[in-house]
Design a protein around this ligand. Structure first.
Ligand SMILES: Nc1ncnc2c1ncn2[C@@H]1O[C@H](COP(=O)(O)OP(=O)(O)OP(=O)(O)O)[C@@H](O)[C@H]1O
Ligand SMILES: [Mg+2]
Length: 326
């Protein structure tokens, strides 16, 4: 049994014009100890999927169909009290902006200790000692003295390390990191990714890494879900996705990262973006391929029907009519 199994998930947002499916027919599984990346442009539904797993959808959103099974229990039907237990104990989330998630009036040690008190029942010296260990684990130098620092006394990268320490504090089985490095500069981003990967590996924690950075996916992920307009355009093992991408959207994302592509035009930096924009929410129910208007390989079929996910030779699945085989 997979640690996490999402099946045919549909999330609807209540818009003024009526309900719009912001996530539609999304399925994937995640095994313990593995890293799954959601990748895709802004607005494609990466955070919405993460929030649905956490049971933290905004008020306008609801799970309209499908299931989210974690350790054998469907999170979409669990009572709130049980969900709260799982959230923080078994699943932790790391958000994009560490400064807004940390409380400026408490030291980082106090904040980590609070997580330990709430979720592990640890108090006093035990909690402080554990907070120091956690700061050490996330490679903050001089953890013993830094435990009494306030968030504003730390750099952005260190604050994100503190957030990771807080996520680790309850020894979760799944960590969801939603663009954990977007606010950081490039060298610090690489260090944080490396840290997350090592920690997940050492502790056997499963990791969902949300990013729009294909380079990070190549470094970090075992499996990938390439999302487009609330659907999986392509999904499968990272090698298949990078070495033999089948969906034109995936190829476009890879072409944006010069060192990942064998395409000489892209490698020269001539092909640095996919033309067009993500379709508006209200159009997401349409019965056509939602990528059609941006696709270089578009044909009549694409306007007439939504492509299902087809199995591809390298082992992934791609929702593109070009992959239909007899
Ligand atoms: N609270 C909300 N109310 C209405 N629409 C929302 C709300 N939150 C998100 N949306 C819409 O849902 C869609 C998916 O948003 P989501 O935040 O999941 O995208 P994302 O892939 O995480 O993008 P990004 O890379 O920018 O973080 C977007 O069209 C967004 O505008
Ligand atoms: Mg997001």
């Amino acid at each position: 049994m997979s640690l996490l199994s999402v099946e045919n998930l549909r999330i609807e947002l209540a818009l003024r014009a009526g309900p719009a499916p912001v996530i539609d027919d999304l399925s994937f599984t995640l095994e313990a100890g593995r890293t799954l990346s959601f990748v895709g442009e802004s607005g494609c539904g990466k955070s919405m999927t993460a929030l649905a797993i956490m049971g933290l959808l905004p008020d306008v959103g609801r799970v309209a169909a499908g299931s989210i099974t974690f350790d054998g229990a469907d999170l979409t039907t669990l009572p709130d009290a049980r969900l709260r237990q799982i959230r923080g104990n078994e699943i932790s989330m790391i958000f994009q902006e560490p400064m807004t998630s940390l409380n400026p009036v408490y030291t980082v040690g106090e904040q980590i200790a609070e997580v330990l008190r709430r979720h592990r029942g640890m108090t006093g010296r035990d909690a402080t000692a554990r907070a120091v260990e956690l700061l050490d684990a996330v490679r903050i130098p001089n953890a013993r003295s830094r435990v009494t620092a306030y968030p504003h006394e730390m750099s952005g990268g260190q604050r994100q390390r503190v957030m990771i320490a807080m996520a680790l504090a309850c020894a979760p089985r799944l960590i969801i990191a939603d663009e954990p490095t977007t606010a950081l500069d490039v060298t610090v981003q690489a260090q944080i990714f490396e840290l997350l990967r090592d920690l997940a590996h050492d502790t056997g924690t499963a990791l969902i890494l949300i990013t729009h950075d294909m380079g990070a996916v190549a470094e970090m992920a075992d499996d990938v879900v390439v999302m487009y307009a609330g659907r999986a355009a392509e999904a499968g093992p990272v090698e298949a996705i990078l070495d033999d991408p089948r969906h034109p959207y995936t190829r476009g994302l890879i072409a944006c990262v010069p060192h990942l592509t064998a395409d000489p035009e892209a490698a020269r930096g001539d092909l640095t973006e996919i033309p067009g924009i993500v379709p508006p929410l209200a159009s997401l129910g349409a019965s056509a391929c939602l990528f059609a208007s941006r696709c270089a390989h578009v044909h009549d079929r694409c306007h007439g029907a939504r492509p299902p996910a087809f199995d591809c030779p390298a082992g992934q699945r791609a929702a593109c009519w070009l992959e239909e085989r007899a």
